[in-house]
Design a protein around this ligand. Structure first.
Ligand code: PLP
Length: 395
């Protein structure tokens, strides 16, 4: 296979200047074992068949590609929603969790460790662990445990052990630190990472499992319009897994505009933002060299967004690279803009979006459209988990 220009990292796991595997020596054998097993998957027919079957019959794929007539009228070009909100457990996270649990099983693992922020990745991981009879330990910031009680209850009901991360800001970054520490102390455990972040080969691996999103978009557009390539694809970015999946098939089609939407919280100038590609500088976090929100001394700073799923101080190295070279465009959306977009979709379409996905919807007001545009927005998840926030702001 010829090298893909954007989506294929080099031997060391670098996308341009970003990526790599900055890990303690103790973890080197684990990473090498993971890499070797991941390399085999592409030609492993049993794995491919099982992945495909579970995505179809357990997750509920393909998810619909829905043409919104109202949004089409409003913006003057066809606007499609890729309905990842209709997946089992309510978001795209399950695509990756299924891929990695099959890999873990192949590697003979019986214990899974994961981190979670809002709890969506924790729920997806606890779900696939129940399915595969694996022990599941999920690290979650103490603050997030309080904020996201329903997801904590779901994880526990599914049989997972939820361990509070009590260091630092007691949120996702700290939960990730503690999950990695657990992995170092328990090298037989499998670390199931939830986004396109972390040491090589995780970003490449998670991207490959989420790529199903854009593979389906192509087939569905072809069926509906006769042309499989849209002109614009829009997705929100926390770490960047739903965006990487939605963009994957289109990176090499230079004419397709890829738009990554980051959360700017109260605004990029306020000190309360999570827009990493705007505010970040290169640095190492969680095993990867990437764009990172940090102070003048290189200390990671606290991101802020109303949406726990976008509240991460880094961004996957594929996105850091493609944004830096101009292949992907980034747009910032505030809490208020996202809330307004969430309410609008709910009232106009009868679809309550996740707060994360609402950021992607709000970006429509910051983009110029032409009548010959064909636009796909990845609706990464549903809003059940956000009802408390929506209620508190007075919707
Ligand atoms: C976790 C999550 C995100 C952010 O994660 P990415 O890796 O950037 O996709 C976005 N939307 C929803 C619904 C999520 O649960």
């Amino acid at each position: 296979m010829s090298k893909l220009k954007y989506t294929q990292p080099d031997e060391m796991g670098f996308y341009g200047e970003f990526g790599g595997a900055y890990i303690p020596e103790l973890l080197r054998p684990n990473i090498e074992e993971l890499q070797a097993n991941f390399d085999l998957l592409a030609t492993d027919e049993e794995f491919q068949a099982e992945f495909k079957n579970l995505l179809a019959d357990y997750v509920g794929r393909p998810t619909p590609l829905y043409l919104s007539k109202k949004m089409t009228a409003e913006f003057g070009c066809p606007i499609y929603l890729k309905r990842e909100d209709l997946n089992h457990t309510g978001a795209h996270k399950i695509n990756n969790a299924i891929g990695q649990i099959l890999l873990a099983r192949k590697m003979g693992k019986t214990e899974i460790v994961a981190e979670t922020g809002a709890g969506q990745h924790g729920v997806a991981t606890a779900t696939v662990c129940a399915l595969m009879n694996m022990k599941c330990i999920v690290y979650m910031g103490e603050k997030d445990i309080e904020r996201q009680a329903p997801n904590v209850q779901r994880m526990k009901f599914l049989g997972a052990e939820v361990v509070p991360a009590t260091s630092g800001s007691k949120t996702l970054k700290d939960a990730t630190n503690e999950a990695i520490r657990h992995w170092i102390n328990n090298p037989t455990a499998y670390y199931l990472i939830g986004s396109v972040v972390g040491p090589h080969p995780y970003p490449e691996m998670v991207t490959s499992f989420q790529a199903i999103i854009s593979k389906e978009i192509k087939m569905q557009l072809k069926e509906k319009t006769g042309i499989e390539i849209p002109t614009k694809v829009i997705a929100c970015v926390g770490g960047g897994s739903n965006a990487a999946g939605a963009f994957f098939e289109f990176y090499e089609h230079e004419e397709v505009e890829l738009i990554a939407v980051e959360a700017s919280g109260l605004g990029n100038e306020t000190g309360h933002s999570a827009a990493t590609s705007v505010l970040g500088r290169p640095g190492v976090l969680h095993g990867s060299l990437t764009l990172l929100m940090q102070d003048e001394y290189g200390q990671v700073t606290e991101p802020y967004s109303i949406s726990a799923g976008l509240d991460y101080p880094g961004i996957g190295p594929l996105h850091a690279h493609t944004i830096e070279i101009g292949r992907t465009k980034s747009i910032s959306v505030t809490d208020q803009e996202a809330l307004t977009a969430a309410k609008k979709l709910t009232i106009e379409e009868g679809i309550i979006p996740a707060l994360e996905s609402a950021h992607a919807l709000a970006s429509l007001y910051k983009i110029e459209f032409k009548s010959n545009d064909v636009v796909v927005i990845n609706l990464s998840g549903r809003g059940d988990k956000d009802m408390k926030t929506y209620t508190n702001v007075g919707f």
